[in-house]
Ligand binder design. Structure first.
Ligand SMILES: Cc1cc2nc3c(=O)[nH]c(=O)nc-3n(C[C@H](O)[C@H](O)[C@H](O)COP(=O)(O)OP(=O)(O)OC[C@H]3O[C@@H](n4cnc5c(N)ncnc54)[C@H](O)[C@@H]3O)c2cc1C
Length: 469
């Protein structure tokens, strides 16, 4: 009899397994795909020698994760590479706002009218970031807040919609960059808690940057797996779990899956019938003949580049995909260019680059032309650099990973109360109606991203249960 079985080898499943194994519990992981990683993987999707990240590539949440930081992942090959600029947001006039490690440089890029407002927004939290992040990522109740005053202060700025918070800025440079930060969770800008989303990404950049992993995001998953194996855990790939009976006997079962799949596999009936899935993305991985020819200077050295001409255009793109059920005419793009800092990702002089725009869940059209038209506005000549492209819309994303229901890469709409309280309104979101079954995917707090904190929090619930049994 094993102590715990984990279903799914994404960052959260692997983190849950490691957390249990390092506390002396026997653990086995079962993964449907032939390799580990889930949303943190790397593949030659286009041409030989071009190593793409089909899902995550930029890791502000990974490098700041309290769970990852407490593990010796560097000994297992994980190395964070910092691009000169974490993020840049170019405009049509050839200039750019930036999210830099330095608050002063970031504030200056917004222009004199908003520099002070930005500093006043972030500075109260800078010296307290690690405690704040741990408290925020442990909500609702996996541990008591260590600094409730700072958490409450953060809540005052972060709980209201980002549109309120953006009123602090007088010009659109800061507003557009901030709107883009919120769009990383695919939430409409006027939804509650979206201010907090933007602030987390900004503070993460000032604290530890937005790095990429050397060799690609697969190295995060490989490091977690190697550490788990050293701790005595086992990993079985090519093993899709369809029923609880498919698994060996264990005292606890931990699911890195969607709540819907979990309910089906574990026979939980309508336990998660109210869970909502959200919008999707259309993603393109490019093999390029050279760097992206951005007009502005700053994006040329940034790991991540947000592409949206104004806060209005970004808001309209998000509304189209998430409320109006249509693909946006001018999609807001999140793009990542890992080979700016990691030459191992492409042959000499060549580059890998990815871009995605938001589309409704289940949308089956082709956004390639709209994405490339948008890129050409800020990087004329982009199309001439394209050697090959691999596209994936909602159906392809859903086929890659069962957690992307309808292509929802957040494994559940990250909007409204469900942004924070997922998969249901509960103070103990990692438990399920079955006393031996737990859920640890990004459908639980703190939600999407490669940070392993859902796995860490769920493992805590599991080891408390195992020790009390
Ligand atoms: C296009 C895209 C871009 C992204 N960009 C970023 C980014 O830059 N930075 C960032 O931090 N995050 C990013 N993300 C989000 C991030 O990848 C996810 O939030 C994260 O991977 C969630 O981790 P997880 O462990 O909860 O689930 P997943 O990573 O989805 O892993 C779940 C695993 O469970 C397996 N599984 C599911 N069902 C079963 C079953 N029945 N039996 C066995 N195995 C099963 C799946 O195959 C998968 O391996 C991106 C995601 C996508 C798709």
């Amino acid at each position: 009899m094993l102590d715990a079985v984990v279903v799914g080898a994404g960052p959260n499943g692997l983190t849950a397994a490691v957390e249990l194994a390092r506390r002396g519990f026997s653990v086995a992981v079962f993964e449907a795909r032939d390799t580990v990683g889930g949303g943190a993987r790397t593949e030659e999707l286009t041409l030989p020698g071009f190593r793409h990240d089909p899902c995550s590539a930029a890791h502000p949440l990974g490098i700041n994760s309290p769970a990852f930081r407490a593990m010796p992942l560097d000994r297992y090959g994980l190395e964070w590479l910092q691009p000169p600029l974490p993020m840049a947001h170019p405009f049509l006039d050839g200039t750019a706002a930036v999210l830099s490690r330095s608050v002063a440089e970031t504030a200056a890029s917004f222009g004199p009218r908003d520099a002070g407002a930005y500093r006043r927004l972030v500075e109260p939290f800078l010296g307290k970031w690690d405690v704040l992040l741990r408290d925020f990522m442990s909500l609702p109740l996996s541990s008591l807040p260590r600094d409730p005053v700072t958490l409450a202060r953060f809540g005052l700025s972060g709980l209201p919609p980002s549109t309120w918070l953006m009123r602090r800025f007088r010009d659109d440079r800061a507003r557009a960059l901030f709107a883009g930060l919120v769009a990383h969770v695919i939430a409409p800008l006027d939804g509650i808690i979206t201010g907090g989303v933007g602030m987390v990404f900004a503070l993460a950049a000032h604290a530890r940057g937005w790095p990429v992993a050397r060799g690609g995001s697969q190295s995060i998953s490989d490091a977690l797996t190697a550490y788990l194996l050293d701790l005595g855990g086992t990993v079985h790939t090519d093993y899709e779990v369809k029923r609880l009976d498919d698994l060996p006997p264990a005292r606890a079962y931990v699911f890195d899956t969607s709540p819907t799949a979990l309910a089906k596999i574990a026979g939980l009936g309508r336990a998660y019938a109210g869970y909502r899935y959200g919008s999707s993305v259309f993603k393109i991985d490019y093999a390029l003949d050279g760097p992206v020819p951005w007009t502005a200077q700053e994006p040329r050295t940034a790991g991540t580049v947000q592409v949206g001409a104004s806060s209005k255009e970004i808001g309209a793109a998000l509304r189209a995909a998430s409320r109006e059920g249509r693909a946006p005419d001018a999609p807001f793009l999140i793009t990542v260019q890992p080979s700016v800092v990691d030459p191992s990702r492409a042959p000499a002089g060549k580059h890998v680059f990815w871009a995605y725009g938001h589309v409704p869940g289940g949308w089956d059209g082709d956004l390639t032309d709209a994405i490339e038209r948008q890129l050409e506005r800020f990087a004329p000549g982009f199309r001439d650099r394209v050697l090959a492209r691999a596209t994936a819309g909602p159906p392809e994303l859903a086929a890659r990973n069962a957690n992307y229901v309808g292509g929802d890469i957040a494994c559940g709409a990250a909007s409204g109360l469900q942004l924070l309280l997922r998969p249901k309104l509960s103070l103990f979101p990692y438990g399920t109606p079955h006393p031996a079954v737990f859920i640890c995917s990004s459908a639980t707090p703190p939600g999407p991203g490669v940070h392993g904190m859902s796995g860490h929090n769920a493992a805590k619930a599991v080891w408390r249960r195992l020790r009390s049994a």
